[in-house]
Design a protein around this ligand. Structure first.
Ligand code: TXA
Ligand code: MG
Length: 364
């Protein structure tokens, strides 16, 4: 199968740009499309053939449910029997946007989408291409991230092409994803309400609207230790190995004053073994050692930011946006080992560290 890549400029698009995409979806095919978080692999929820293909193409375990993407509140009404008032407030505040909310599903949601669970995960993306596409087909679109299972999520059409060419007929290229990490997933019907997956919408921002919002394992004490989120699978997808490039990833989780020293020690070790080393450098206030910078067998991806008077230690927005692409780029350049400077567990940092913990084979 040939995989078409169709560029659409969200600032100048018209319905005609979507003809092929709409036809394919209505025929029960699946396509790649952009969202503000990562690219999705979408199929219409009322085409069982399409949903089956999503699992098959990604090589995704069938016990891992899919997120349903909507473009209007009318669509939501069909998917659920009731919208609890406390959830309605959140939808109104954060949709469209990178927030996925669990609802009790109505009979209109096929079991294959929810992996047999009584709940369905729903979000209304803010990406204009995604919204337009859902609007035009006028049926909700079930979509996981458009990567092969276990690989870093795709944040450009090229990443999707790399993983899925020959397996899908079309990828809509809407440019680089604005946020770069997947949506935040919450279940507010639990007591206390739970953050199942940290993501594009920051915990701190959500907490203003859901004061009791808890990270996994945080139910007993009020004293939030955000690191705990990563230790237990909270949502079916979290129990599988994730976000991994082929290279051996080492996450360096150290206070800023120790970071450079630990990085250098690891670098020396693998350098002595003649390994090709990739480094993802995130801390604005750390200057990499000259030996590291000048080594021809070391590839450095610099995610530090140079702007702003009130310089933060890490530009977590930038790191989130570039994280998956950086892991993929280092793979493509043949890195054997990837050393990543960990970031603080704040704002985008919570999602970044959650993904890195899962990508890493070793944490130092
Ligand atoms: O930003 C995103 O969320 C992207 C874009 C394409 O929208 N999608 C995405 O989908 O990341 P996926 O399939 O890669 O991740 C969906 C996550 C999985 O961890 C899955 O287990 C969880 O949502 N999930 C889906 N339905 C659920 C349910 N009923 N209960 C608990 N977790 C659920
Ligand atoms: Mg995924």
């Amino acid at each position: 199968m040939d995989t078409n890549v169709k560029k659409i400029n969200p600032a100048e698009m018209d319905d005609g740009d979507f003809h092929l995409a709409v036809d394919l979806l209505k025929q029960g095919d699946v396509i790649g499309f952009p969202t503000e978080t990562v690219y999705g692999l979408g199929g219409l929820i009322n085409r069982p053939k399409a949903i089956g293909k999503i699992f098959e193409i990604k090589n995704r375990p069938t016990d891992n449910p899919l997120i349903v993407h909507i473009s209007s509140f009318e669509m939501l009404n069909d998917l659920v029997d009731e919208i609890p008032p406390k959830i309605e407030i959140l939808c109104k505040k954060f949709w469209p946007g990178p927030l996925t909310i669990l609802f009790k599903k109505s009979i209109n949601v096929p079991d294959i989408i929810t992996a047999g669970l009584p709940t369905v995960a729903i979000r209304m993306p803010s990406n204009r291409i995604a919204l337009k596409l859902i609007n035009l087909v006028n049926v909700p679109i079930a979509a996981p991230s458009a990567n092969l299972s276990g690989r870093p999520s795709p944040t450009t059409a090229l990443h999707v092409y790399h993983d899925l060419h020959g397996k899908i007929p079309l990828i809509i290229d809407g440019g680089k994803c604005e946020l770069g990490v997947e949506s935040t997933v919450i279940d507010v019907e639990q007591i206390p309400p739970l953050l199942l997956r940290p993501g594009g919408l920051n915990y701190e921002e959500l907490k203003e609207y859901i004061p009791k919002l808890s990270l996994i394992d945080d139910q007993i004490e009020d004293n939030v230790d955000t690191k705990k989120i990563i230790q237990k699978p909270s949502t079916p997808g979290l129990k599988y190995k994730h976000y991994s490039p082929n290279a051996y990833v080492i996450l360096i989780e150290q206070p800023e004053n120790m970071m450079n020293q630990v990085l250098k020690t690891l670098w020396l070790k693998y350098r002595a073994e003649s390994r090709k080393i990739g480094i993802i450098h995130t801390h604005n206030n750390i200057e990499l050692n000259q030996d590291v910078l000048q080594d021809s067998n070391t590839i450095i991806i610099n995610l530090t930011s140079s702007d702003g008077d009130e310089q933060r230690d890490v530009d977590t927005k930038l790191v989130a946006q570039e994280l998956f692409g950086s892991l993929r780029a280092l793979d493509n350049k043949g890195a054997d080992i990837i050393l990543v400077e960990g970031v603080p567990y704040e704002r985008e940092g919570l999602a970044i560290m959650n993904r890195l913990q899962k990508a890493a084979s070793e944490i130092n």
